[in-house]
Design a binder for this molecule. Structure first.
Ligand code: AMP
Ligand code: MG
Length: 431
């Protein structure tokens, strides 16, 4: 039976020096931690209009130059008055002025009310706003038909934050909400890290581009589209270097050129130990490469190294393996390089299994899964795709996440399983 401790525990013997081919496999946690520790934040930032900041990483804290709100203002459409004046009356007060949002009224004449609208400054002398729903216009004034609470419905100056407060910390990825807050404190520009330049290549003589004729033994280069879109979704500048032939010299030249132009080089395919795998020996020649054995499926082989000083990540050629290793390993690595302070591997949600696993697996498996809600009861359950083939991209379009199956365990309907929603893995992947 699955339980919440099985995933955080290592699935195999821990050993930090065991990442290369000869050693014992690394657990997913060890591999993630080692990769993240190797990631260096890029140098260089730029001032960007706040309007263009979506998805960028803030390079310095944003300090507010203003109180928010900047002055006492009405939280509702209604009437601004002095609570004591209303109490002293029979419930009726003359209306002496009208203040809409964007206008400034005049000090409130004692014994009167001001018609006021949401966001308008509360006039000097008023201490309460009465919502219009409990008021009735009567002659040239207003009748209040309810008990009121002195001070209600006023948003006080500085109630949210004061000038000098840090409103956004450095190292966050800017979402719509951050941009909105930056604008609310008047920030016209933000200092963000420059875009991370990521060179991407796909290795394989069998690859052709959609639109080209498909010869015998050839397949379309789907990884190029996956890579490029994943990088774009993370706000990287993708330097698309196309296809590299399965040939040693060409591979080496392409990788060396990639490392010159980019902060990070990603390649798909060609990192296994077969004689047609030219990426691995080429990187070894140009710098350093570790072929990681991570105790997971899919995901082998996964390579990490350097071409000169430029980090290199070699993903498996199979598209599903590429997607899974990108989400688990490359994405946090890229986020850290981009300047994200709390870059971390994805956090699973524990949800009831809607499937049975009667024969335990040997390795931790990241299967394609879908979170479903029962039409009648609303009960959520995790379903899994019928095939675990790491070549089947249709498993990813069927799924809306991955389910993590620990080794050595069976799963019954309703057992808690760890689900990684695509929304957590890939920005922009959900409707
Ligand atoms: P490799 O890692 O080069 O041995 O490739 C493993 C499998 O992934 C093979 O079936 C390849 O044909 C396939 N593959 C490699 N690169 C791509 C790609 N860019 N697009 C789609 N499939 C690929
Ligand atoms: Mg290949």
């Amino acid at each position: 039976m699955a339980n919440s401790t099985t995933v955080t525990a290592n699935d195999c013997e821990p050993s930090l020096s065991s990442s290369v081919t000869h050693g014992k496999p690394l657990s997913v946690e060890e591999a993630s931690a080692q990769l993240l520790a190797a990631a260096r934040v890029i140098d260089g930032s730029e001032l960007l209009p706040t309007m263009e900041g979506l998805g960028r990483v803030l390079a310095e804290p944003l300090i507010s130059g203003t109180d928010l709100p900047g002055w006492d203002n009405s939280a509702m459409d209604g009437y601004a008055l002095r609570a004591a004046d209303l109490q002293a009356s029979d419930g009726w007060l003359p209306v002496s002025q009208r203040i809409a949002a964007g206008q400034c009224g005049t000090p409130l004449t004692p014994g009167t009310a001001a018609r006021i609208f949401t966001g308008a400054p509360v006039p000097e002398g008023a201490d309460t706003v009465v919502v219009q729903e409990v008021c009735e216009p009567e002659r040239d004034g207003v009748r209040v038909n309810a008990e009121i609470r002195a001070g209600e419905n006023i948003r006080r100056r500085g109630e949210e934050l004061h000038a000098g407060t840090q409103v956004l910390e450095a190292g966050i990825r800017l979402g719509p909400q951050h941009l909105g807050l930056a604008a609310a404190v008047g920030a016209e520009q933000l200092r963000v890290y420059r875009r991370l330049r990521v060179a991407m290549l796909a290795s394989g003589d069998e690859l052709v581009m959609p639109g080209e004729p498909l010869g015998p033994g050839q397949i379309y280069n789907s990884n190029r589209f996956l890579f490029r879109a994943l990088l774009q979704a993370l706000g990287c500048e993708a330097i698309d270097l196309g296809i590299i032939a399965d040939e040693r010299e060409a591979t080496q030249a392409a990788l060396a050129a990639a490392a010159q132009q980019a902060d990070l080089v990603l390649a798909s395919g060609g990192v296994s130990v077969g004689e047609e795998d030219h990426v691995r020996p080429a990187v070894e020649q140009l710098g350093h490469l570790d072929l990681w054995r991570v105790a997971m499926k899919p995901g082998k082989p996964f390579a990490f190294g350097r071409i000169g000083e430029t980090p290199f990540i070699g993903s498996p050629g199979n598209p599903v393996s590429l997607f899974v290793t990108f989400c688990l390993f490359a994405r946090p690595f890229i986020a850290r390089m981009q300047g994200v302070r709390d870059a971390r591997p994805p956090t699973p949600q524990w949800l009831p299994a809607g499937f049975v696993l009667s024969k335990p697996l040997k390795r931790r498996d990241y299967q394609r899964a879908r979170l479903q809600s029962d039409a009648a009861t609303g009960q959520l359950s995790v379903q899994r795709f019928h095939s675990t083939s790491s070549a089947a991209l249709s498993s990813l379009t069927w799924a809306n996440g991955l389910v993590l199956i620990p080794p050595g365990e069976t799963i019954a309907i309703g057992d808690p399983v760890a689900f990684l929603p695509f929304a957590e893995l890939v920005p922009g992947s959900v409707a």
